[in-house]
Design a binder for this molecule. Sequence first.
Ligand SMILES: *Cc1c(COP(=O)(O)O)cnc(C)c1O
Length: 379
Amino acid sequence: MKKIYFDYAATAPTDPLVVEAMKPFFFEKFGNASSPHGVGREANKALEDARQKVATFIGAKSSEIIFTSGGTESNNHALFGAAENLKSRGNHIIVSRIEHHSVLEPAEYLEKNGFRITYLNADRYGMVDVEALQKIISEETIFVSVMHANNEIGTIQPIAEIGRLMKARGICFHVDAVQTVGHVPVDVGEMGVDLLSLSAHKFYGPKGMGALYIREGIRLEKFLFGGDQEKNRRASTQNVAGAVGLAKAIELASQNMETEVSEQIRLRQKLIDGILKSVSGARLNGHPEKRLPNNSHFAFEKVQGESLLMSLDMAGISASMGSACTSGALEPSHVLRATGLPDELAYGALRVTIGRWTKEEEIDYFLEQLPRIIKRLRD
Ligand SMILES: *Cc1c(COP(=O)(O)O)cnc(C)c1O
């Protein structure tokens, strides 16, 4: 049976070139980057080279990058670190309603601990309401978090516009760019962000490896205590192999970005057009144009998303309902709810995300299988 992976937004396979680049750091170059001896200095040099590459790719200085264990840690650190540091200035925090759970849950925690949280609405395309944001900002507002692109429906937000607004008001602005770094151009200067999260495994790097950009002058309360690694901003022995892998993944992505994006848009469009044409009662979620090149997301009338996923799986196709984290939950996704999609449609959600190794035959096979499966499920 064919095995087709259409869940690149949940995680991507590691590029073999990334694994090659990481290999020496498990063996001959295994050193602790904090050790002052030769083996340690060699590891430290690789770590700092990797930091420089990551910084360059997003338009930052290397001193503004800390390595983390992934997108979740970067987001948690951004919210908790900024809230703790800025609480003398105010207690109001704004996050969009469509954020990843690794932003929403820290916000909920902060809400139980003295902060006031306002959730910024999105329209039917999943685009946040910038005018509403302007209205809910107050003197008490210390922190705003809006993701660059949504992990479920792929909508890309007007980050630079929000960035200018936040700068004018002197509000700390965090962006979860886990879905965009390595996929579309990301420049912290142009976007006007103070904090930005990224994660290697979403762009063919290793899992458990990420980074947080912290603009010079922004202070975050420490999150992991212990050693004074990462200029005393994150304790724990540094993951040199992971950092090297992250840097290699970012380098490969930047080299191939233009061709990769245009090919993915071509395949993705073929998939969207094919589904909307061949399946009745299907709708595309997310923005028709302002969306991730590799993302498509549908809602099907009179179909149970869970059964659809199982049938697809039996046909060798791995897809998802939305975020990997909500699959298996019985609640419809908070993102779809925020776009106003009725629950009965949200239950029939399907996210198809393609990637570096997606072949046209796979799209064709999918377009052949899906209408049959849906027909069978509806019968
Ligand atoms: C995957 C994802 C995360 C979590 O990143 P991990 O590295 O898996 O912890 C956070 N935000 C978004 C938008 C994501 O897609």
